[in-house]
Design a binder for this molecule. Structure first.
Ligand code: FES
Length: 340
């Protein structure tokens, strides 16, 4: 296994998967044609699991119909849907970085689009998703109506680089009930609102969260419904956001200063690769990237590490499947693995 690079599903309910069967496991060297000498995985041995299971893989995620319970349109290209997925799946979708594949046209299997979960209401068994009608797949999803159905496959968990550390922190602070709440900064733009809301929900009781939101591609009512009231810089309000304009160089510089100037436990940036690179480079140059959480903007198609749509080559010429490969934000930036 490569350092800073492990499969987000390793040791979980979907492991071993198709990749183990095909001799291309991302975590286990033995299941990828090698030996144990270079194995860095410290969890349950994937090869043993596979052998003891009679070389049968765990059942993958199934595609299923889910009911559209609510729909709210914000403009012609933007809507929020509530989907009834059941309590078990809603619980799994409550983890930061969760996303699902949604499909409007049941006859065209390749029309599944990866969509971030914005909120999970576990008691109701609902998840809320933000749909931006960008192209054919997402425009078809926008036509879904209350009372109708969509096809859903998931959930998948690799929507954030550094998301694993975020979850570990959340679970640990829940167990230990620490009195001191650390500071978390979230910077989001456009559809980055969805993972931002999910992270804020997850960390709400455990951290002081400051949300900076660029609403250039969002309506005011969408921002208000999901990010809360507009707040002023530095105000301690859990259900508020501070509006920012990332296209303004002056504001970007102020945000860089803010990122460098405080003792943030996590800095989360959910925006295009251009902005991930912009702010990431500034933090890297200051050695302040330790707990950076970045949106996974790679093109995802199967989400299972099979189709290769998300593959990139790292500096050593090794292929990485970014739908499965979990790494921290610093590794992603320092190895030049962003597109932007
Ligand atoms: S999306 Fe198919 S391999 Fe990653």
């Amino acid at each position: 296994m490569l350092q800073g690079n492990w499969c987000v599903d390793a040791g979980g309910e979907n492991c071993p998967c198709f990749l183990a069967e095909g001799g291309a496991c991302l975590t286990c060297s033995r299941l990828a044609g090698g030996g144990c000498e270079d194995c860095l995985w410290s969890g349950v041995c994937v090869a043993n699991e596979y052998e003891q299971n009679g070389r049968v893989i765990r059942l993958g995620r199934k595609t299923q119909y889910v009911a559209v319970k609510r729909k709210k349109c914000y403009d012609e290209q933007t809507a929020v849907l509530a989907l009834d997925v059941g309590r078990g799946m809603a619980q799994r979708c409550s983890l930061p970085g969760s996303y699902v594949f949604l499909q409007a046209d049941e006859k065209i299997s390749w029309s599944q689009a990866p969509i971030s979960v914005m909120r999970a209401e576990v008691q109701k068994g609902w998840i809320w998703v933000l749909i931006k009608g960008i192209s054919v797949k997402t425009k078809a999803l926008l036509k879904a109506e209350e009372g109708g159905k969509l096809l859903l496959r998931g959930p998948y968990q690799n929507g954030l680089f550094g998301g694993f550390a975020l979850r570990q922190f959340g679970f640990a602070s829940r167990r230990e009930k620490t009195k001191e709440k650390p500071q978390v900064l979230i910077l989001a733009k456009g559809a980055g609102l969805a993972p931002a809301v999910l992270v804020r929900d997850f960390l709400k009781e455990r951290a002081h969260i400051r949300l900076l939101l660029d609403t250039a591609k969002l309506t005011d009512s969408l921002a208000k419904d999901w990010a809360g009231e507009k707040g002023r810089a530095g105000e301690e309000k859990e259900e508020a956001y501070e509006p920012v304009k990332l296209e303004l160089a002056r504001e970007r510089e102020q945000i860089c200063q803010l990122m460098r100037g405080e003792d943030w436990r996590f800095i989360c940036i959910f925006a295009s690769d251009y902005y991930l690179a912009y702010f990431g480079k500034s933090l890297l140059s200051q050695g302040r990237c330790g707990s950076l959480v970045l949106s996974n903007n790679f093109h995802l198609c199967c989400g299972e590490g099979i189709c290769g749509a998300c593959s990139i080559e790292d500096q050593k010429g090794q292929t990485r499947k970014m739908c499965k490969c979990q790494m921290d934000g610093e590794t992603l930036l320092s190895q030049g693995l962003l597109h932007g």
